[in-house]
Design a protein around this ligand. Structure first.
Ligand code: E4P
Length: 216
């Protein structure tokens, strides 16, 4: 299983990339809006220059032709760009065209296994079930991830499942257990995954004990 970082914050991306624990980044318009950068393309290119295999960038058109043109344009910026296309009739039509052109796509805002299956049928590279947003409305978000993984395996569909809208470290464990190929996690969740109070206590105790050894 691989971990992507769900942010457009370049400092957070640089830090996580330096630790060697992420292989990609997913952005969306809301995440970009949180950052100060005014030059969207420059911000994307700064992320793409890092050693990351995957950078998801969202297409904003609502009609199929607009999505297709946008996807061709955005994907020409850097080889590691994947174009995010939202679930819709237009999105399905657009992916069925651009997947034949080998443009990588992330079928986003996916809230059901049916939507995930349709994304795989038209050739999406990734589908992104939004786990947290489903949990927020009292649905079992992780069930969509589990169902999509099972269906893709059964029919040998090559689309990968990204567990998205992750809210806490337990979501990451659950995603790993149901076989998600990737979890895209916010920076604070990534940091929570690293830390454990017993690790901190253990490191401090070893350091103290070693100081005693050195005094002898
Ligand atoms: C995924 O690609 C999305 O950017 C993201 O996971 C959305 O999560 P949210 O529900 O926290 O906005």
């Amino acid at each position: 299983m691989r971990i992507f970082l769900d942010t457009a914050n370049i400092e957070h991306i640089r830090h996580a990339a330096k630790l060697g624990i992420i292989s990609g980044v997913t952005t969306n318009p809301s995440l970009v809006a949180r950052e100060k950068s005014v030059d969207f393309k420059a911000a994307v290119l700064e992320i793409c220059a890092l050693p990351l295999e995957h950078v998801s960038v969202e297409a904003l058109s609502l009609d199929a032709q607009g999505m297709i043109e946008e996807a061709r344009h955005i994907s020409s910026w850097a080889p590691n760009i994947t174009v995010k296309i939202p679930v819709s009739e237009a999105g399905l039509e657009a992916i069925s065209v651009i997947s034949r052109e080998k443009i990588k796509t992330n079928f986003t805002l996916c809230f059901s296994a049916n939507q995930a299956l349709l994304g795989a049928i038209v050739g999406a590279t990734y589908v992104s079930p939004f786990v947290g947003r489903l949990d927020d409305i009292s649905h079992q978000g992780m069930q969509v991830v589990e169902d999509a993984v099972e269906i893709f395996k059964k029919y040998d569909l090559h689309t990968q499942v990204i567990a998205a809208s992750i809210r806490h470290p337990l979501h990451v464990i659950a995603a790993a257990k149901v076989g998600a190929h990737i979890a895209t996690v916010p920076y604070n969740v990534l940091m929570q995954m690293i830390r454990h109070p017993l690790t901190d206590i253990g490191i401090a105790r070893f350091a103290d004990d070693w100081r005693e050894v050195m005094k002898k």
